[in-house]
Write a protein that binds this ligand. Structure first.
Ligand SMILES: C[S@@+](CC[C@H](N)C(=O)[O-])C[C@H]1O[C@@H](n2cnc3c(N)ncnc32)[C@H](O)[C@@H]1O
Length: 321
């Protein structure tokens, strides 16, 4: 019988996937290896330049622990025994705990973790503080996927009233234990998928932190809409992103969703946005102005974190409502 589907009126053929005009061979196993090869190919062929499409402010890395971490010395002096409980957790992120200890004391990578943590505070919290003339007293701040709570703890010690959420109860437990150890005022952390947050249920916040989250989701556009809906004044979006010069998403297959430091999303597939997609999403949901925070990494130690920063595969964008 004749196939009279419309699509059959066109004469089509299957072509094998080819990677013309660049030398990379896609022989890696699994999507992560293929993505890495694709990325190399796009970079080599000039398709993934480092673009700067927004007005920017520059943060400078200075090797100095933030006040919130220096204050841990007092917590340690008050109750050194409490440290044991903290060190039982498997931490993904560095926080100084006093007495020469840190959340990463029992793991490798402490130096990199330390520099990374300092850089995050200096390129996000310091810039927000600067924006408000250092007067953060009483500002409400939502930390959307707070993990160990460190960024919110730092803002609470500067006077913000902080609410943190994380999808994983283990992370909420870690953050609560750290907050209790430090005695940080005005911060609470609860378990929730950020997709379940609404202004009616959760209220709105002067500052919304959407940090390290956008590339762990399968509904990034909804997440950006929620970021906007919960925000009164500014939102900071800090995310890994691809450099290809179009607005879109790379599909990432996650090897281990339940990795021990619990920094992943909840699904086996994640959509990682390009830089242009982050900008387009922020504008589409309603942010009126966008400013990017770039980094002067002169004194940042050589490390995997430095590589990600230098290659501009992570961007920090402040959206103004
Ligand atoms: C890479 S970590 C980022 C942690 C922290 N915000 C930062 O930037 O350093 C990603 C965090 O997002 C959390 N997360 C992933 N998907 C989430 C969701 N749908 N709702 C709330 N938290 C989520 C994870 O549990 C993890 O703690």
């Amino acid at each position: 019988m004749q196939d009279d589907r419309l699509s059959k009126r066109l004469k089509t053929e299957y072509k094998p996937v080819t990677w013309a005009n660049h030398p990379v061979q896609i022989d890696a196993k699994g999507s992560t290896g293929q993505l890495a090869a694709w990325r190399k190919a796009t970079i080599d062929s000039g398709f993934a330049p480092i673009e700067f499409l927004l007005p920017s402010v520059q943060a400078t890395f200075v090797d100095r622990l933030p006040d919130s971490m220096q204050a841990a010395e007092e917590a340690y002096a008050r109750n050194p025994g409490a440290l044991e409980k903290l060190l039982e957790h498997r931490w993904g992120y560095y926080f100084y705990l006093g007495g020469g200890y840190s959340t990463k004391s029992r793991e490798h990578g402490e130096a990199d973790g330390r520099a990374h943590a300092i850089m995050r505070v200096q390129s996000i919290n310091d810039v927000v503080a600067q924006l408000y003339g250092r007067d953060l007293k009483g500002k409400t701040l939502l930390d959307m996927a707070c993990n160990w709570g460190g960024m919110g703890i730092d803002m609470a010690t500067r006077g913000c009233r902080v609410t943190g959420f994380d999808i994983r109860q283990e992370n909420v437990d870690k953050a609560r234990d750290l907050i209790a150890y430090l005695g940080t005022p005005d911060i609470e952390v609860r378990q929730s998928d950020i997709l379940d947050l609404t202004p009616v249920k959760n209220g709105t916040f002067d500052v919304v932190y959407n940090l390290g989250l956008m590339y762990h989701l399968t509904q990034p556009i909804e997440a950006m809409e929620i970021t906007y809906a919960l925000c009164n004044e500014i939102a900071v979006v800090d995310t890994n992103c691809s450099r290809e010069a179009f607005s879109g998403f790379a599909q990432i297959q996650v090897g281990n969703v339940n990795q021990p430091d619990h920094a992943r999303g909840a699904r086996r597939l994640e959509l990682k946005p390009t830089y242009r997609a982050v900008i387009d999403m922020m504008l589409a949901v309603g942010f009126k102005d966008l400013i990017e925070v770039t980094l002067d990494l002169k004194d940042f130690p050589h490390s995997p974190s430095r590589h990600v920063l230098e290659t501009y595969n992570r961007r920090r964008i402040i959206g103004f409502k």
